[in-house]
Design a protein around this ligand. Sequence first.
Ligand code: GDP
Ligand code: MG
Length: 395
Amino acid sequence: MPEPYIDTIQAPTLNECKAIMRERYGERAYIYNHKTVRSRGFFGLFSKENVIASVVIWPAKTPDPAKYQPVVPQKTIDPVTKEILDQIKELNIKLDAKQAASPRPLPGAGEHETLVKLGSDLERNDFSPSFRREILDHVRSEFSLETLNNYEDVQQQVLAWMGERIKLYNNDVPHKRPRIIVLVGPTGVGKTTTVCKLAANLKYPENGEKQNVSLITIDMYRIAAVKQLGELAACLKTDFIAVDDRDELKKELLLRSDSLDAILIDTVGRSPNDSVELAKMKTMLEVCGPDAEVYLTFMASAKYPDIIETMRQFEPFGYRAVIVTKLDETKQLGNVISALAERSKPLAFVTNGQPSTPKYIQKADLLSLLTNLEGFTLDRERLEAYFTYKLPDRR
Ligand SMILES: Nc1nc2c(ncn2[C@@H]2O[C@H](COP(=O)(O)OP(=O)(O)O)[C@@H](O)[C@H]2O)c(=O)[nH]1
Ligand SMILES: [Mg+2]
């Protein structure tokens, strides 16, 4: 497939971005994503809003170099600036949460019927109020009254925007031996089962070399949990050990580090509201080192506020990506999509069945997340083409 040309345009308003886009590319271009950024002046004074629009030109057409020099993004940021930027990001997240809490108009009487229908479709799929507003605002600003009449078109564009907002975790990179894979998350979400699915995947891969793996549990409070993992480990013909303190974990990791390709750690199954417990677990897991791949695990059917709360509670573990379990139990994935998008957390795997076999775990992919949303009919071919060229850096 020929590559499209993609550009980023910055201007004080979306309309000005559109005008620049038309001037550069004529009718072949459209804005597929935009966000408003605010540059903050000293003490919050003199702040200025700018819109950054991502533009795709299809079929590809490059602008006249005499008229336009693409801006090369600055790659290196000094540590002090980075810290300030991080603080601003944090403040913005809090501000966004506040704004989300104060009602801005969702579609009501007098709005185009497409917006009303879309609003209710988003709601019944459990999208968060702030994500629903974001999507609807996007549609209001991108579609003219005339194009709004084509619901099918609006729907495909909305699915594409949703896909844009989900990051996928790319794990196909060379790993240091042994990989240490840790699953954290609330009780009952499927951590133990998922650890075994991952272990089975590494031990009996469809392609590639068979890996030598070992399982460790620090879920030592429940005899049943230890027994559960022990039995699963036996099925996998895999070494298994239960540890209950930091020194023991360190010793076991050292013992295994020369002979193994991967060590998978299943963690404690107590309430995540028990902050003392979580702090203890965090101290214990520190011995895994900075290269440990920590994944946060939660269920697809969890309510949006609970997912956000879980993400907050497990943030200190520095998890790299998320595993969403039990996709087979729900079709309403708006909660998951909203939380991942709003917290910018990449999705690594999804699971969709009780048995601890590789069949029931998959690498995350956008289309399967978006396929089953209620009321949405996904045009697979069109979106596949869209994602192939829109998300190269996230795959
Ligand atoms: N339907 C379904 N059930 C699952 C899935 N993964 C795990 N489970 C079930 O969820 C329950 C809790 O799983 P477990 O691994 O013990 O959760 P943990 O407490 O987080 O370790 C068990 O009954 C599992 O069989 C899944 O992908 N789909
Ligand atoms: Mg468990």
